[in-house]
Design a protein around this ligand. Structure first.
Ligand code: CJB
Length: 832
């Protein structure tokens, strides 16, 4: 099959541009950034893209067959399905994953090589599917991989954004955002023009009594927008199960555009309407851990929830079961509060459209949904203004008020003496304007609420959701610690390490049962094994050094200690702590004699990550990192002892190169702020050690791999509030090393000091909310321990191997099985 397509595609012109190849070879693309850049498509580029297209289409054909069979099997078996509702799916590239799962990569490799292509180059042609911001979206993608691998009948539902997360360019040290139009040629999606749903917005509600005296609420008027399904096959590894990810795209409803206005000669306004409808699914909001309350975002949320619910209900109705059996057939997981309107929509469908009693409907609803919380940060907890909701979704607001009324009545009955509790737990915040608290609605409408790491799940129970634990009891609240898929984050990202492990473990079974890695421990003392292990890390560092050279122009020494912090830029993740530490190191190097410098461990500090376009402080941190890099990297006194790199446009594909290449990576959030973190797991699974705070999943990683294999530092979560209080009321003392760093910035060593004054004063004058100064000393001393440990390479490699051997717990396969058992109550459906 592959060969058939290969031979034919070799002759093909790229299918996504119908131009002659001569015209293509001369074609220029104009690209505006700081100036005008002209790129020329060469014949060479075109051939690579054709090779990609042919290979992808060949593998796609395979997937389609299994995908159809899986859907038929699941329909026939008619058992409970899981629906994972997520506004973000950060999938990355699909071809390599399809090759691995279909299992014919070697055939493709041979075929491509005969045609003169390297398979890696062909894989690199693919544009990342970047429909997510960071951890939350990538978790959803890892979940889909595990759901299919474990044969669960499961669907993902999301939005088909035309623009994914923006592309980041660094110009003069500043982040510049470029739109990410990724749909030029996407062989992995299938438009389903036969599957459409009309979604209503605005309008009003009419209430009347029907002929039997029953009150009927009818939502009328307003406007409708059409949701069109685009399906993406999700192949499992080592199984034929191929699940479906359904992404909705918005479009004007056909009747309106084509006929009414068009025929009335109002062409321009008809086109404007069309564009307005298409705007709903046009762009992913680029905020991570931050909600901005924009109307278009609420429209996206309802559009996607309503289309998905319609689809799920339609599928259920085909079984002709009674409504009360709905929760036996359907489990819906809410990935954060973004899909909370699905709770309201299902209640509306059951009561308004299907005529069920309120209580019966509510019983069904609350037995169907589970809600995953991913953050305790107040700025990330979603709230929608009541007037906005009233205008956009008038019937839903009524239902929310009724849900809240019945809930508050029951609370009042149980806690008659605690009047304040009603205000605290109400879905409606009595502010100006009033706000709908989506997390409260999600808790009330779900049967289980989970956090994503032990500390985080404890924190939500004792802080933001404390009252709800009193109301519902502790059993409604649970923990499911996050994970990562070892298929992408070990086997695909680090094929040589995966092969080495397989050679010792007698095959690739560990990719399906990651706990098998524990057998590696018996090879820790094997000299040959250790040196192969070290050699692979070194090769991965060379691969990253090449990426750095190609993208930044800087040469870095692969023998130096690679220290990596890649993740969204956020004050709570504390990239500022890291760069202040780098400046401290720089000052120290400058103060030492050449002989003393000889004893230092050369280090490359590597950063990467995007700032939300409106998050000015995060952008300031990026600017500082780049300015520090510019100064240090050209300082001849420093040479290879310290290099600072900012890798622009950090994304999934770059993570696949970066994670296998770290010696140490940084997970240094203020304790209690990072719900879990998942890149910590990716780095350790690839044999990197980590420096981190006692936060999120770092704590469980420590428990698994052992304290001696991780570099922990800093304030504990339980002490954070008290320290903040002290800053506020007893005064604040700046750490002396940090004071020295600030002096250097203020002297203008790293560019205009004014550019960084707000960053510094957030610490010196505004309470140092993230405890940068408090943790600076222990951060520096722990980094000294890292240097020391790195000098004993033998011991370092032993730690690396031991850590990998103990990472079995962090596979999303374990995570998904936990969700299936404790929340969804679903069974796998393997092929017979
Ligand atoms: N998370 O990526 C996001 N976006 C949000 O808006 C809220 C949370 C992250 O979710 C990950 C998956 O659970 C966590 O590992 C991470 O700590 C959290 O910040």
């Amino acid at each position: 099959l592959v060969w058939g397509s290969m031979n034919s595609f070799a002759m093909l012109r790229p299918p996504w541009r119908a131009r002659s190849s001569i015209a293509m070879s001369r074609m220029s693309r104009f690209h505006l950034s700081s100036g005008v850049r002209i790129e020329t498509d060469t014949q060479y580029d075109i051939q690579f893209r054709a090779a990609y297209a042919g290979t992808a289409l060949a593998f796609r054909d395979r997937l389609i067959i299994e995908w159809n069979k899986t859907q038929q099997r699941q329909t026939f078996a008619d058992q409970k399905r899981v629906y994972y509702l997520s506004l973000e799916f950060l999938m990355g590239r699909a071809l390599d994953n399809a090759m691995l799962n279909v299992g014919l990569k070697d055939v493709a490799q041979d075929g491509l090589s005969e045609l003169g292509f390297r398979v890696e180059d062909v894989i690199n042609q693919e544009h990342d599917a970047a429909l997510g911001n960071g951890g939350l979206g990538r978790l959803a993608a890892c979940f889909l991989d595990s759901l299919a691998t474990l044969n669960y009948p499961a669907w993902g539902y999301g939005l088909r954004y035309r623009y994914g997360i923006f592309k980041q360019e660094i110009i003069d040290g500043y982040q510049v955002e470029i739109p990410d139009y990724w749909l030029d040629f996407n062989p992995w999606e299938f438009p389903r023009h036969d599957i459409t749903v009309d979604i209503q917005f605005y309008g009003h509600v009419i209430r009347y009594q029907d002929e039997y005296g029953k009150t009927v609420n009818s939502w009328q008027g307003g406007e409708t927008v059409q949701a069109v399904a685009y399906d993406v096959p999700i192949p499992g590894y080592g199984t034929k199960t191929t699940n479906n990810l359904r992404l909705w795209s918005s479009k004007a409803t056909s009747g309106e555009f084509d006929f009414q206005k068009f025929n009335a000669g109002d062409y321009e306004s008809a086109v404007a309407d069309q564009q307005r409808a298409e705007t709903i699914s046009a762009v992913l909001y680029p905020n991570d851990n931050l909600e901005r309350g924009k109307e278009l975002r609420l429209k996206q949320q309802y559009f996607w929830c309503a289309a998905s619910l319609y689809d799920i209900v339609r599928r259920f109705k085909k079984t002709r079961r009674a409504w009360r059996e709905f929760p036996d057939q359907v489990a819906i997981q809410l990935n954060d509060t973004h899909p909370t309107l699905a709770i309201v929509e299902l209640q509306r469908i059951l009561v308004d459209l299907e005529g069920l009693d309120w209580d019966e409907a509510w019983h069904i609803v609350t037995h169907t949904f589970g809600y995953t919380n991913h953050t305790v940060l107040p700025e990330a907890l979603e709230k929608w203004s009541v007037p906005l909701m009233q205008n956009l979704l008038p019937r839903h607001l009524q239902i929310i008020y009724d849900i809240n009324l019945f809930f508050l009545q029951s609370v009042e009955k149980r806690f008659p003496e605690d009047r304040d509790m009603l205000a605290r737990v109400s879905v409606i915040e009595e502010s100006h304007p009033k706000m709908v608290r989506m997390a409260h609605l999600a808790i009330i409408g779900s049967h289980k609420v989970n956090g994503v790491a032990e500390l985080h799940s404890d924190l939500i129970k004792t802080t933001i959701f404390k009252d709800f634990v009193a109301i519902y009891g502790p059993d409604k609240f649970t923990n499911v610690t996050n994970g990562i898929t070892p298929r992408r984050w070990l086997h695909q990202a680090n094929p040589r390490l995966s092969d080495l492990i397989a050679s010792k473990l007698g095959g690739f079974e560990f990719l399906k049962d990651l706990t098998l890695l524990d057998q590696l421990e018996s090879f820790v003392d094997d000299k040959a094994f250790r040196s192969e292990w070290a050699e692979i890390k070194y090769a991965n560092k060379i691969r990253l050094a090449k990426l750095i050279k190609d993208t930044t122009g800087y040469s870095v020494n692969p023998r130096a200690l690679f220290d990596v912090q890649v993740k969204r830029i956020h004050e709570y993740k504390r990239q500022q702590l890291n760069i202040f530490g780098v400046i401290h190191r720089y000052l120290k190097i400058k103060s030492l004699s050449p002989e003393e410098c000889q004893k230092l461990v050369p280090r490359v500090s590597i950063f990467g990550g995007k700032a939300a376009p409106g998050y000015w402080m995060a952008k300031t941190i990026i600017h500082l990192i780049n300015n520090v890099a510019a100064v240090i990297n050209k300082d001849a006194d420093v040479g290879d002892l310290l290099k600072v790199i900012f890798i622009e446009d950090y994304n999934v594909s770059k993570a696949e190169i970066i994670c296998p290449a770290s010696d140490i990576s940084e997970h240094i959030s203020t304790a209690g702020t990072e719900a879990s973190g998942t890149s910590n797991m990716k780095f350790v699974l690839n044999g990197g050690l980590i420096i981190g705070t006692c936060d999120g999943a770092n704590i469980e990683i420590t428990r698994e791999i052992g304290e001696q294999n991780i570099f922990l530092f800093g304030t504990l979560a339980e002490d954070v509030e008290e320290i903040r209080h002290r800053h506020r009321y007893d005064g604040f003392r700046l750490d002396e090393n940090l004071a020295r760093v600030f002096e250097e910035i203020q002297k203008g060593t790293f560019g205009d000091a004014d550019d960084f004054s707000a960053l510094i004063s957030s610490i010196t004058d505004h309470g140092d909310y993230y405890l940068v100064s408090d943790d600076f000393h222990s951060y520096l001393t722990t980094q000294e321990l890292v240097d020391e440990a790195f000098q004993d390479q033998d011991e370092w490699i032993a730690k690396s191997i031991t850590s990998v051997a103990r990472m079995g717990f962090f596979s999303t396969d374990r995570v998904i099985n936990e969700y299936a058992d404790s929340i969804w109550n679903v069974e796998p459906l393997p092929e017979e």
